[in-house]
Design a protein around this ligand. Structure first.
Ligand SMILES: [Zn+2]
Length: 488
């Protein structure tokens, strides 16, 4: 069996046969041994579009380290985040459940409550060491409000949670941590383990660099500067929004040429990639690389002008903000039956999502995953005929958006545009050509799939938790999250 390249039969199915992924349901087939890893390492990068990376076909040299890593891994071509904003995206990745099930819809204000189990808690309950190094302010550990018992947010379950952020963004002056410091902090934890270094652990490292404002070190900026190709210049907005304007927080002094912003974004990716390369090399040097399960992804993407949105995320649900890179290195560099393509990279075209990381990462350390919205990646299983991945998101003080993807088509609609727009992402990856009028049956089928997805809950629905810190107020003042109460 070759679980890699697209299962041709799925594309030929009539739209009416679209069904949901059976959650947590899998039946192992003989022949392919289960994944067994000595440890699990999850590396995520903020605001990183898949299509700006060499391994996904980008011609500029933004990601040599990640490209090399991909050549001994399996690359998922069509992987999705649960949401286009950090808090709901990362919370879903860490729980295997949808944002609306775990109380983090809409926006960035609320945290998952102590009633929601995280993957780190599940590892820790089995005596496995857990550590995280995070570099986005929204991922800082926060105190629960009065009356709430226990830790809240994605830091739940981590024995070591390093959220030191000594750098500052250029406009809002929000704390953050740059890539070289993020790598150094991860190495510091690895070295602190001493004699226990090779005992099983779950390590999560989150980089921040491609998140705006795009202010790479001068050396990287020079490397990616090129003559302006697109003459567009945009006004600087008075808000943090990116519709038809440069969001206030993205301002690069008096620069208004959009191509300069795009070049700086690329340079930020290269900055991150350099630090990633060092982390992978240090893991290898310590004998922690070869027999690990190493997962790389991004929390969400970024708009670079598509659909009129500029240098922002969290304002719509088009593909550029929810499609993410997903690269998984199985122990020993095993391809799990996926054959390399002409460029030597093993690629899987079947749709995947962050939800799949829950059963994949737990299973690698032989822990029963329990229910989630995910399917273990490249475990032989009775796949549903066709799979739907849903996003449901409310941008800052704007109408709610929904999207359904099945790997071939995406249907995107919002409260302002309830009829929806349908795109064939194989021929139209930038979602420019709306097919909704030509194929109403498919629109209906995908909306029905969405309704089934929503009605099938995984576990008790949580209302999430507010935070007790001033952090939320600061973020509201800076336009980073919606007003208080907006998440209720
Ligand atoms: Zn983010």
């Amino acid at each position: 069996m070759t679980p890699g390249r697209p299962r041709k039969k799925t594309g030929a199915l009539a739209a009416g046969t679209l069904v949901l992924a059976a959650m947590g349901c899998s039946a192992r087939e003989p022949g392919l041994p289960r994944v067994q890893a000595a440890r699990v390492i999850l590396i995520t990068c903020d605001t990183l579009r898949a299509d700006r990376l060499g391994l996904y076909g980008y011609p500029r040299p933004t990601s040599p380290a990640l490209d090399a890593f991909a050549r001994e891994s399996v690359v998922f071509e069509e992987a999705y985040s649960a949401a286009p904003w950090t808090q709901p995206a990362v919370s879903s990745l860490m729980t295997g459940r949808a944002p609306e099930e775990i109380g983090v819809v809409p926006g960035n204000v609320r945290r998952i409550g102590p009633d929601v189990e995280t993957i780190a808690e599940r590892f820790a309950a089995r005596g496995i060491a857990t550590a995280a190094v995070v570099s986005n302010l929204l991922l800082k550990r926060v105190e629960p409000p009065p009356g709430v018992q226990g830790p809240i947010g994605v830091s739940q379950g981590f024995g070591h949670y390093d959220d030191r952020m000594l750098s500052k963004e250029s406009v809002r002056k929000l704390p953050e941590r740059v890539a070289s410091d993020t790598t150094a902090a991860a190495i510091e934890w690895l070295d602190s383990r001493g004699a226990r270094a090779k005992e099983p652990f779950f390590l999560w490292v989150h980089y921040q660099d491609p998140h705006g404002p795009y202010t790479p070190p001068a050396e990287q900026a020079r490397e990616f500067d090129q003559p302006v190709r697109d003459p567009t210049q945009l006004p600087l907005g008075k808000s943090m929004r990116g519709k038809d304007q440069i969001p206030l927080y993205q301002a690069l002094d008096d620069e208004r040429r959009v191509d300069v912003y795009r070049d700086r974004y690329d340079a930020e990716i290269r900055t991150f990639d350099r630090a990633l390369g060092r982390l992978l090399a240090e893991l290898e040097q310590r004998g922690l690389y070869e027999d690990a399960l190493i997962v790389f992804s991004a929390d969400h993407g970024e708009s670079l002008g598509e659909h009129g949105y500029w240098f922002c995320h969290g304002e719509n649900l088009h593909r550029e903000v929810v499609r993410v890179p997903l690269v998984v290195r199985f122990p020993g560099g095993d391809g799990r039956g996926v054959e390399p393509g002409a460029d030597g990279v093993r690629r899987v075209a079947t749709i995947a999502s962050h939800y799949d990381l829950w059963p994949t990462m737990l299973g690698a350390l032989d822990i029963a995953p329990g229910p989630s919205r995910g399917l273990a990646l490249l475990e032989p299983q009775r796949l549903p005929l066709e799979r739907a991945v849903v996003q449901d998101f409310q941008p800052l003080e704007q109408a709610r958006w929904w999207a359904v993807s099945d790997g071939r088509y995406r249907l995107v609609w919002s409260a302002d545009n309830p009829a929806g727009r349908l795109f064939d992402i194989r021929s139209d990856p930038e979602e420019r050509n709306d097919l909704a009028n030509e194929d109403p049956a498919r629109v209906r089928a995908m909306q029905a799939a969405h309704a089934r997805w929503v009605s099938t809950r995984v576990g008790a629905v949580s209302s999430g938790s507010a935070t007790a810190s001033d952090l939320t107020e600061d973020l509201q003042r800076l336009g980073y999250v919606e007003r208080a109460g907006g998440g209720d």
